[in-house]
Ligand binder design. Structure first.
Ligand SMILES: [Zn+2]
Length: 149
């Protein structure tokens, strides 16, 4: 068990280090080339134990968990997760996950393909469609994901 076994210290020490790395990352304008405030409410945590297979990251406001440290500098990936953080806030976080789970199940049953069902969830449609637009969250309207249902 990761949380209670021999790797306990390594597991949590990596998270603490990641928090400090994020601070350095967010104050390097030549790296980000976008306003510091853009990433300020997003805390990126790296833990290679959490993601080994299909997923590369998970947004859970105000955190973004990633398995690969390189993703901390991937602005398109960060923008994708930031869109999810906005969606979560707008649905008080818990309703985001309820909606996400129900919509995933409905689409999985109708499409019959796990990955296609995931990509067609309205939250993911909005995020994938706009992840390359780094200013999207600035101009995004409230509950914009409804346009992708
Ligand atoms: Zn996503």
């Amino acid at each position: 068990m990761i949380l209670f076994g021999k790797t306990f210290i390594a597991f949590w020490s990596e998270i603490v280090i990641a928090i400090f790395q994020f601070r350095f990352f967010s104050v390097e304008p030549h790296v980000t080339k976008i306003p510091i405030s853009y990433l300020v409410c997003m805390i990126v945590l790296v833990n290679r134990y959490l993601f080994r297979r299909r997923f590369v990251g998970l947004a859970f406001w105000p955190f973004v968990f990633v398995g690969n440290p390189m993703l901390k500098r991937d602005l398109v990936f960060l923008n994708h997760e930031r869109i999810h953080l906005r969606q979560q806030l707008e649905l008080l976080i818990v309703f985001f996950y309820v909606w996400y789970g129900i919509e995933f199940l409905c689409r999985w049953i109708s499409i019959g393909n796990w990955y296609k069902a995931y990509r067609n969830i309205s939250f993911e449609r909005e995020a994938y469609r706009n992840e390359k637009d780094l200013r999207y969250c600035k101009k995004r309207s409230f509950w914009a994901f409804l346009a992708f249902c």
